[in-house]
Design a protein around this ligand. Structure first.
Ligand SMILES: [Zn+2]
Length: 255
């Protein structure tokens, strides 16, 4: 399960105050992103580019219009400083590997350096970028998109670690249920299986057909226009059995 959290009601201090409490070694500004790192970013020369590319990839893939709402990215050198900082500013995220917090029009991403931390960074950045563009997002879709975009771009269509697991699950009698997944609206109860199923529906919508891809884009565009689109399942045909079969067939045949 990817570690993340959205706290819409967090009491935030100013960025200046927050930044002053840490020993930032490297501070950068890249478009809407303000990046604070406890280590030299020159040692990770593609990291800043990764952050900027994530924004353009997400907007282009989903047909969304980006904006310039600020996103603050804090990169800690290890768990010790991350834990101290997050315990104060986003307490329920302190035991996690990374966390995203939205406060008014600013998103905050906190991640600490460890092997593979770029995946955590892309996951939380996806939440931050989506929430910079959208006034709300159903939990299953928020997490499904974050799981989809957390891998490097070249592994998104084929190569996500979920792919093999879900292909086998589809062959072994797994019964996906979008309505059931939509009812899982409590982040603290969203399970590893829920993350995998959310990824599967997102992959299905993006890659199974132009029609489904358009459906997802229109759904998100409705939200960006501050309209209520209703549950996604209500847009995906009236037969839940057929929906289930189409997803399973997609997973079984996708390479
Ligand atoms: Zn997440």
């Amino acid at each position: 399960m990817r570690a993340c959290l959205i706290l819409l009601t967090l009491v935030a201090t100013s960025l200046t105050t927050r930044a002053a409490r840490c020993d930032w070694v490297d501070v950068r500004r890249a478009g809407q992103f303000r990046i604070y790192a406890e280590f030299d970013l020159d040692r990770y020369d593609s990291l800043v580019e990764t952050i900027e590319e994530q924004r353009s990839d997400i907007a282009a893939t989903l047909g969304l219009t980006p904006n310039e709402n600020p996103i603050v990215v804090c990169l800690f050198s290890g768990y010790a400083s991350y834990g101290r900082y997050v315990a104060e500013h986003a307490p329920t995220g302190a035991r996690r590997r990374a966390v995203f917090v939205q406060k008014d029009d600013t998103g905050y991403v906190y991640v600490y350096r460890q092997p593979g931390f770029e995946t955590d960074l892309r996951h939380e950045l996806t939440h931050a970028i989506l929430h910079s563009m959208l006034p709300f997002l159903p939990l299953w879709l928020d997490e499904g998109l974050a799981e989809y975009f957390e891998v490097p771009q070249q592994k998104r269509a084929s190569g996500n670690p979920h792919q093999t697991k879900m292909k086998w699950a589809a062959k072994l009698g797994w019964k996906p249920n979008l309505v059931r997944l939509e009812s899982r609206d409590d982040f603290s109860k969203f399970t590893a299986a829920n993350y995998r199923e959310a990824w599967a529906w997102v992959h299905f919508l993006l890659h199974s057909s132009d029609e489904n891809n358009d459906l997802l884009r229109r759904y998100l565009a409705t939200i960006q226009d501050e309209q209520l689109p209703g549950p996604f399942s209500s847009h995906l045909g009236t037969d839940p059995g057929k929906r289930q079969r189409l997803l399973l067939d997609h997973l079984k045949q996708w390479r």
